[in-house]
Design a protein around this ligand. Structure first.
Ligand code: DGL
Length: 265
């Protein structure tokens, strides 16, 4: 069923979710987008489920105050822990990256699927549970890669050190003879080339950012998607110039309309 949507709220622990926003902007013209990055409290990926749920609810309450018609949780860690709590509190469509990424892995024909993500995402087993609910007879291998987020934030996308770190994290996944690797963290699309080099070209890389944008596009009434004109705003709980510089790299375009927000009130 299609929904009339004029404004989508998107949040992440920081700027990784801009990879999701980038795909949303490319696939869905004419809809306003409000992006919130909880940059003051990043990373979520090392925190407990209770804290991730509390932070996610605060992010969503802020976005709800901006009168959005749909919420996209552009953070795998928040999606892995907080979707039920968000759906309980907010009565608009709530789309998470984990569901979309899991579905895309199955659609890619995956039977031996690797999942990489933050420690909290991997610990939650959300990808395993979602993939198995769609297709029970698949082999799944999960690996936490906690150093990837700081490496990406340092801008070391295609660097010798990143290659060494990734080779070490992916050692068991390379041996597992995978056909599909899910990038279960919104920072990881920036490491796609390095990861693909290590895994080999036969392994399909599933980017949950792109898969999520496709899910959102399918839900939206195409009649609404005519007008190229729209407003995109960015709200950060800590807006250092470094975040904006990096954010523009994630997004591949200028970040106009950047505002500070205090989520703890
Ligand atoms: N963007 C987050 C994710 O997709 C990772 C960053 C963090 O640890 O906060 O899981």
């Amino acid at each position: 069923m299609h929904t009339q949507i004029s404004s989508i709220g998107v949040f992440d622990s920081g700027i990784g979710g801009l990879t999701v926003l980038k795909s949303l902007l490319e696939l869905i013209p004419g809809v306003d987008m409000v992006y919130l990055g909880d940059t003051a409290r990043l990373p979520y990926g090392t925190k407990s489920s209770r804290t991730i749920i509390r932070y996610s609810l605060q992010c969503a309450r802020f976005l709800a105050s901006m009168e959005i018609d749909m919420l996209v949780v552009a953070c795998n860690t928040a999606s892995a822990h907080a979707i039920p709590a968000l759906r309980d509190e907010f009565h608009i469509p709530v789309i998470g990256v984990v569901e979309a990424g899991a579905r895309a892995a199955i659609e890619a024909g995956g039977t031996r699927i690797g999942v990489i993500g933050t420690s909290s995402t991997v610990k939650s087993r959300a990808y395993e549970d979602t993939i198995r609910s769609l297709k029970p007879d698949v082999a799944i291998f999960a690996q936490a890669c906690p150093l990837f987020v700081p490496l990406v934030e340092e801008g070391w996308y295609d660097d010798e050190i990143t290659f060494l770190v990734a080779s070490r994290y992916l050692k068991d996944l390379v041996r597992a003879n995978l056909d599909t690797l899910v990038l279960g963290c919104t920072h990881y699309p920036l490491l796609k080339e390095v990861l693909s080099r290590i895994m080999g070209e036969k392994v399909a890389i599933v980017d949950s950012a792109l898969s999520t944008a496709r899910v959102v596009k399918n839900l939206i009434d195409p009649g609404k998607v005519q007008d190229e004109d729209r407003r995109v705003s960015f709200h950060l709980s800590d807006s250092s110039p470094r975040f904006i510089e990096l954010g523009e790299h994630f997004l591949g375009r200028e970040m106009k309309y950047v505002y500070d927000v205090d989520l703890c009130v």
